[in-house]
Design a protein around this ligand. Sequence first.
Ligand code: CMP
Length: 139
Amino acid sequence: MAIERTLSIIKPDAVEKNHIGDILAVFQGAGLKIRALKMIQLSDAQAKAFYAVHAERPFYGELVEFMTRGPVVVTWLEGENAVAAHRELMGATNPAEAAEGTIRKRFAASIGENACHGSDSVENGIIETNFFFASSDAL
Ligand code: CMP
């Protein structure tokens, strides 16, 4: 299996509920390596650009509003098969469908406020980590 990188965003709902440490502990417990990490407040323009692929979806406005509601924690994760491993740890997008023990099952309230984001492909793992980090940020 290849070493991959993936972007995690701990979303405003999980930050508000003090779950940053709980979620990072899940990543580290699974052996994913944190290469870079920061807490930031997304601007409207950043949130719109990051989620541009969803621009035509009916929930786009709500998604941008939610993602700019408060700080988020963005993390560059790396490891073997990291994209799929991270997605498995998060669980289904809709917490009502997420498997027991997953991050979204434990910490998310709804499909809109779903605690975390993860890259959905190896290609997007590279694009999305580059969206928030310079290569020189990785330690
Ligand atoms: P995320 O993995 O960040 O990628 C896109 C986000 O859009 C997704 O998580 C959800 O938070 C959000 N989303 C997807 N479907 C819906 C929906 N039907 N209603 C509201 N938000 C949604």
